[in-house]
Design a protein around this ligand. Structure first.
Ligand code: NAP
Ligand code: ZN
Ligand code: ZN
Length: 339
């Protein structure tokens, strides 16, 4: 497929299982907005043919001779990373997502030890080095666990890095796949959580997800009520927007972590962060150990994603609905529909 085309069925063969690899039969795969950015080549780095999907859950069906962490029949997950150099400072510090020699993402990136590119989870099988495979406890509904592998870790990691806990006022901008996980996780960590949304119809859902407050960002009075209010904001917006609008909601020395990836540059006058000592930061998914920590946290606190399970034949319709902001709050492909 090319940049302007719809997704179509495509047959390909995975690499054969190497000594440290596991073969996973994929049961479910979430649809992240990043998949759409890649299909549309929004970042100018997509390699085609492109098989998206990095919120993968399934069952191990084969293990290489040297695999020690998994056995056939285990329920596992694979997120946005399938390899990294493992030798640089960041890899040694369990920050494989920031590998200084280039992390190997789950799709559209040259294979680390091969000649092809990586193909993601909209597929019935995947082969992955065991060090990049996650353990999944069986107490949660598996289809609802899939989105944790990207939307979950992408919001968990900045909340942990900035040590969010009881007493903190946290704003989550954008109630989509990432945003709804951000609300659930920040609330579970004890913070006072405010949903900052452009969609009045999402207020009731925000309450159900655990948000303590809801601010409709198109309502001037509501926006005024949270000026200088938050210790920490996570911005998940996928489209062009004004960062200054949200920065003004930070307390003195508050931080806004950007995780949404609009493809237009942010315009932030230095004065807007200087005068209250505010910080504008960014965060990319999370390392493998932290992803495991997040999955264990979700298992303990009974946290999963709110999903709409779809037939893979409806994939292009699902993309259109995400682009029209019509998803509550993550589409997940039932891979049994591929057969
Ligand atoms: P999503 O489900 O489409 O949610 C995005 C939300 O942003 C929407 O639900 C909407 O919330 C809000 N929004 C959309 N357009 C807007 C606009 N023009 N102005 C204001 N708000 C708008 O997407 P997602 O899967 O959560 O992904 C969000 C972004 O994060 C994408 O850009 C994705 O590529 C990126 N991402 C980054 C990482 C990372 O590691 N940093 C990981 C995964 C995804 P309301 O209706 O509530 O306003
Ligand atoms: Zn993602
Ligand atoms: Zn590295």
């Amino acid at each position: 497929m090319g940049v302007s085309e719809n997704l179509v069925p495509w047959d390909f063969t995975r690499r054969s299982v190497r000594p440290h690899d596991v073969l996973v039969e994929i049961k479910y795969c979430g649809i992240c907005h990043t998949d759409i950015h890649f299909v549309r080549n929004d970042f100018g780095m997509s390699a085609y043919p492109l098989v998206p999907g990095h919120e993968i859950v399934g069952v191990v069906t084969e293990v290489g001779d040297s695999v020690s962490k998994f056995k056939v029949g285990d329920t596992v997950g694979i997120g946005c990373l399938v390899d990294s150099c493992r030798e640089c400072k960041n890899c040694k510090d369990e920050l494989e997502q920031y590998c200084l020699n280039g992390a190997t993402y789950t799709y559209s990136i040259p294979e680390r030890h091969g000649d092809g590119i990586t193909y993601g989870g909209y597929s019935d099988q995947i082969v992955c080095d065991e060090d990049f495979v996650l353990r999944i406890e069986n107490n949660l509904t598996l289809a609802e666990v899939a989105p944790l592998l990207c939307a979950g870790i992408t919001t968990y990691s900045p909340l942990r890095y900035w040590k969010i806990s009881e007493g903190h006022k946290v704003g989550i901008v954008g109630l989509g796949g990432l945003g709804h996980m951000g609300v659930k996780l920040a609330a579970a960590m004890g913070a006072e959580v405010t949903m900052l949304s452009t969609s009045p119809s999402k207020k009731a859902d925000a309450d159900k997800l655990g948000a303590h407050k809801f601010v409709l960002t198109t309502d001037e009075a509501q926006v005024q009520s949270v000026q200088g209010y938050f210790d920490f904001i996570i911005d998940t917006i996928s489209a062009d927007h004004d960062y200054n609008f949200y920065i003004s909601m930070l307390k003195t020395r508050g931080t806004m972590a950007c995780v949404g990836l609009p493809n237009t540059p942010a315009q932030v006058p230095a004065a807007n962060i200087i005068f209250h000592g505010r910080s504008l930061s960014g965060s990319l998914i999370g390392g493998i150990a932290e992803t495991q920590e997040m999955l264990d946290f979700c298992s303990k606190h009974n946290i999963t994603a709110d999903i709409e399970l779809i037939n893979i034949k409806d994939i292009n319709n699902a993309y259109e609905r995400i682009e029209k902001n019509d998803v509550k709050y993550r589409f997940v492909i039932d891979m049994a529909t591929l057969k």
